[in-house]
Design a protein around this ligand. Structure first.
Ligand SMILES: NC(=O)c1ccc[n+]([C@@H]2O[C@H](COP(=O)([O-])OP(=O)(O)OC[C@H]3O[C@@H](n4cnc5c(N)ncnc54)[C@H](OP(=O)(O)O)[C@@H]3O)[C@@H](O)[C@H]2O)c1
Length: 271
């Protein structure tokens, strides 16, 4: 981080069209290379609402905003490769991706409150979208950039301690009557540092270099914890195309790393 001049720049992912391209343009203008992108942000589960883009609030923040941001900065990430360093993109998902019977891709563009019975259903869908996006992006990038997704663990983080989500988290017995972690849950609570460990492994462990597309849990690659509906390549491709349609841009990386691709990219960025 010694040479990092970028510092902290807040960006609201929820208003996809308004802020995400602006944030990506800012990052693309940084003089330093971009070796690791961690898509960590997630909206607090709360009552159904739509953003000014007409998207479900959690889906906009957790999937569509990060999808667009990642794709807009990907040329810079690819250009940051060196013979000894392959950059990485990480999508922080959750084991909650497996609590959905399968993301209904057809409703992403026009969400309705009737579709969601609890505040957690959109969250679970967004976490499935994170895994599917990892699968598709890893397949498209073919090792030019490595892509990972993961479950950080159950952590009493900012996501859990916002006043807006307290009642829902208590109703589902995730937090106790005092608003503290419910120790009777069949899952182990992690501290914030323990929760960050799997992300650090995904970002830096050289042992993962040939495992692009992997899902990590407890700092290890796992296949047992991933729901088949979230790793199905057909569905991953469908979600990619549906999300491209929503953001109004298509992204094709087959030319990345070729001289023609670089020429094309520089023409695009001049306009
Ligand atoms: N905590 C858990 O038990 C758990 C379990 C599984 C997976 N995860 C995943 O872990 C990741 C990190 O979550 P966390 O638990 O560490 O919660 P957190 O501390 O609340 O982190 C979430 C971050 O997302 C930011 N954010 C929320 N809405 C945003 C928006 N519209 N635009 C830009 N940024 C926004 C928040 O910023 P503000 O604070 O400024 O709102 C916060 O910095 C998430 O992807 C979550 O789904 C967490």
């Amino acid at each position: 981080m010694q040479n990092c001049c970028s510092g902290l720049r807040p960006c609201t992912l929820r208003f996809v069209a308004k802020y995400v391209p602006k944030a990506a343009a800012e990052v693309n203008a940084y003089p330093e290379p971009l070796h690791i992108l961690i898509n960590n942000a997630a909206a607090t589960p709360a009552k159904f609402s739509v953003t000014e883009d007409g998207l479900e609030r959690q889906m906009a923040t957790n999937h569509i905003g990060p999808f667009l941001f990642t794709n807009l900065v990907l040329p810079k990430i690819v250009a940051s490769r060196t013979p000894s360093l392959t950059p990485r993109v990480i999508f922080i998902s959750s084991d909650a991706h497996a609590f959905t019977p399968g993301l209904d891709i057809s409703t992403l563009a026009q969400p309705t409150p009737e579709k969601y019975k609890t505040v957690f259903e959109p969250y679970n869908d967004t976490k499935s979208a994170n895994v599917l996006t990892t699968v598709e992006l890893a397949s498209r990038l073919k090792g030019k950039v490595n892509v990972y997704t993961l479950h950080p663990g159950l952590i009493y983080s900012g996501l859990m301690s916002k006043p807006g989500s307290l009642a829902d988290l208590q109703e589902y017995k995730i937090l106790d009557a005092d608003g503290q972690p419910n120790k009777d849950l069949p899952y182990e609570w992690k501290t914030v540092s323990e929760g960050a460990a799997t992300t650090v492994v995904a970002a830096f462990d050289p042992g993962l270099s040939d495992k692009s597309g992997a899902y990590l849990r407890d700092c290890q690659v796992t296949k047992d914890d991933v729901a088949p509906h979230s790793t199905d390549p057909e569905r991953a491709s469908q979600l990619w195309k549906a999300t491209e349609k929503i953001v109004g841009q298509s992204f094709d990386f087959r030319l990345f790393g070729t001289p023609f691709g670089a020429q094309l990219q520089s023409l695009v960025s001049q306009h």
